[in-house]
Design a protein around this ligand. Structure first.
Ligand SMILES: Nc1nc2c(ncn2[C@@H]2O[C@H](COP(=O)(O)OP(=O)(O)OP(=O)(O)O)[C@@H](O)[C@H]2O)c(=O)[nH]1
Length: 353
């Protein structure tokens, strides 16, 4: 029987740097032929576009598959399994498969899918890489005081004291074989070490925690871990389940109670913008006012032949010109992602102002 093809799952919260890390990996693939499966929250396909446009020889367009029918952890059977089967059925199958989950995905259901008949004999999960926005975590965005939460929980079993954010974050950490503390460039001296120590304590035994800037890690560190994660799922318990299960029995296979309806996304479309940096300022202001988690997309700037890529994680907005517009309409399209209850009408108006 031929050896199983290794697959690496790259997970991590919205904007942590998953696409950036994968791009770096493709640019330094050391001749490995890597196929990508990308699942994005929000329907603009920004990540796919960025990766397809990478111009890397070893990565052709057909090696990038986008799954856009909702979140990969909820559409495993309909979407993910058929995609895997068609990748595996190719005449020239890839050396390695990398799966980028959406920033809101729970990795556990995806890893579990590798036990499906027809899949389990042909691929194996080489490892789960969890990318962490070092700056956001260090600033306490996902932090919750474990002791305080546990004390509260003891008083009232029925109350769910977790925020959807911290719960997701914990699940992504619990599933990791390797944690990448990314955005080290934004951390003060000593901050990265502290964070590494903290995450190491939260993660399962033996999980490596590495630091990176712009996801720049050698492919030999990221790939080839040889873990076979699908075989030890019970060690990667889902937090939500775990917390309500005080008899320490994590083995039930019932689905995670987390719903993606705690988050929402929509697209804002507008005409050209007059000035790139003024628009970035405006976007940052809107993000602050409306508590937007993530915003990304492409803008058309008056007089500029190139398309402006806009990426915001919290109020920090990055922009760069990525490629000429070509024949497509010169419009501005942005996907906005946040916790449920965003004031879409007001955000739309503010971004069009
Ligand atoms: N300063 C800094 N910015 C970074 C670093 N890594 C990524 N970024 C920026 O952070 C933003 C988000 O990066 P992505 O790679 O798109 O993040 P992602 O995790 O794929 O985002 P989603 O797919 O939306 O969940 C982009 O503007 C990146 O340029 C880093 O190490 N340092």
């Amino acid at each position: 029987m031929p050896a199983k093809i290794p697959a690496t799952v790259v997970t991590g919260f919205l904007g942590a740097g998953k696409t950036t890390l994968i791009r770096h990996m493709l640019e330094n693939a050391e001749g490995k032929r890597i196929a990508l499966i990308i699942n994005e929250f929000g329907d603009l396909g920004v990540d796919g576009d960025i990766l397809k446009g990478c111009g890397i020889e070893t990565c052709t367009e057909e090696d990038v598959v986008e799954l856009s029918n909702g979140c990969i952890c909820c559409t495993v059977a309909d979407d993910f399994i058929p995609t895997m089967e068609s990748l595996l059925g190719r005449d020239n199958p890839p050396d390695h498969i990398v799966i980028e989950t959406s920033g809101l995905a729970l990795p556990q259901p995806l890893v579990r899918a590798f036990n499906w008949p027809g899949i389990s004999t042909r691929v194996t999960v080489d490892g789960v890489v969890t990318v962490v926005d070092g700056k956001a975590v260090s600033a306490g965005q996902f932090a919750h005081n474990v002791a305080a939460v546990d004390a509260q929980r003891k008083q009232d079993e029925n109350l769910d004291h977790e925020t959807p954010l911290s719960e997701l974050f914990e699940d992504q950490i619990a599933c990791a074989d390797m944690i990448v503390v990314n955005k080290a460039d934004l951390l003060a001296e000593g901050e990265a070490d502290q964070l590494r120590a903290r995450l190491k304590a939260e993660a399962r035994d033996g999980v490596q925690v590495v630091t990176a800037t712009m996801g720049a890690l050698p492919v030999s560190v990221l790939l080839g871990q040889g873990v076979g994660a699908e075989a030890d799922l019970e060690a990667r318990h889902e937090v939500h389940h775990h917390h309500h299960d005080h008899d320490d029995d994590h083995d039930h296979d019932h689905e995670h109670a987390h719903g993606h309806d705690e988050f929402e996304s929509f697209v804002v479309e507008r005409g050209e913008v007059a000035d790139a940096s003024a628009f970035a300022e405006q976007v940052s202001e809107v993000i602050r006012t409306h508590n937007i988690l993530r915003l990304k997309g492409f803008a058309s700037v008056e007089g500029k032949p190139m398309r402006l890529t806009l990426q915001a994680v919290g109020p920090r907005v990055d922009t760069y010109y990525d490629r000429p517009f070509g024949t497509e309409p010169r419009s501005t399209r942005l996907v906005v992602i946040g916790e449920a209850g965003l004031d879409a009408a007001a955000i739309d108006a503010a971004l069009k102002a």
